[in-house]
Design a protein around this ligand. Structure first.
Ligand SMILES: [Zn+2]
Ligand SMILES: [Zn+2]
Length: 238
């Protein structure tokens, strides 16, 4: 059973003390994908063909740049940029004509801008994460169905970020039905709203501590309220 393979990382994420275990799952996959990209893999022709073709999104090129392997990154950028030059030189020979009217597609096709638009949506690291990530999400539902210990973990978690709360709502009806579905969503609602309200309270206490009347008061859980709320509102930032 495929999902069996993923129960360990999914359980690990739900065991982590964090504001969103789905973010924790993603982060683990992201770190692995960055390590893989900067490991010996870039010397292999198969992988190199893919990095040449896809390149990296803004977030991941920055993460790669922060790694120590500058030579590896330079080698990937070298052949990726050579491919871009080659492709765009060819496409730029096909000049678009001016748009004939508001409702007519400008000049038919515009190969250069279509190519660049498509390139913007591609990332070697994102794609590598995505494959496993969707299986991890599937594993959450598989565990919810059969594993009471996992149910207890989810219902006692600190909730989810807004983005992953929405994702669970979107995916749950595809994976669960009847009672299982309603129980899952009720549990997710409870931990999500409890978590958001709790961190919102921490943010308010952080603000109130700036009031001179609260000078010397116990900071409680307000010290890291901002990064924890950023994790809730802006997923993947931890
Ligand atoms: Zn999240
Ligand atoms: Zn990416």
């Amino acid at each position: 059973m495929k999902e069996q393979l993923y129960t360990i990382p999914v359980n690990d994420a739900f065991d982590t003390d964090c504001e969103c275990p789905v973010c924790a799952m993603y982060k683990q996959l992201e770190d692995n994908a960055i390590d893989f990209t900067m490991g010996p893999s870039y010397m292999e022709d198969d992988n190199r063909a893919v990095t040449d073709e896809k390149g990296f999104c803004y977030k991941h090129i920055r993460m790669l740049y922060e790694q120590k392997n500058r030579l590896g990154l330079a080698l990937m950028l070298d052949t990726h940029s050579q491919k871009i030059i080659r492709d765009l030189k060819g496409l730029s020979n096909q000049k678009p004509s001016s748009s004939a009217g508001l409702f007519k597609k400008a000049g038919g096709t515009n190969s250069v801008s279509d190519y660049v638009d498509a390139l913007e949506g591609k990332c070697f690291v994102c794609d590598r994460i995505e494959d496993s990530f969707s299986r991890y999400i599937g594993t959450i539902f598989a565990l919810w169905k059969k594993d009471t210990a996992f149910r207890a973990k989810l219902t006692s978690s600190k909730g989810f970020c807004v983005y992953h709360y929405g994702m669970l709502y979107k995916e749950a009806p595809k994976n669960l039905k009847d009672n299982e579905l309603s129980e899952f969503l009720t549990a997710v609602d409870k931990v999500f709203f409890d978590g958001m309200t709790r961190v919102n309270g921490d943010i308010e206490w952080f603000i109130d501590l700036n009031d001179y009347r609260n000078q010397g008061a116990d900071p409680k859980n307000s010290r890291d309220a901002i990064p924890r709320m950023i994790n809730k509102t802006n997923h993947f930032m931890q």
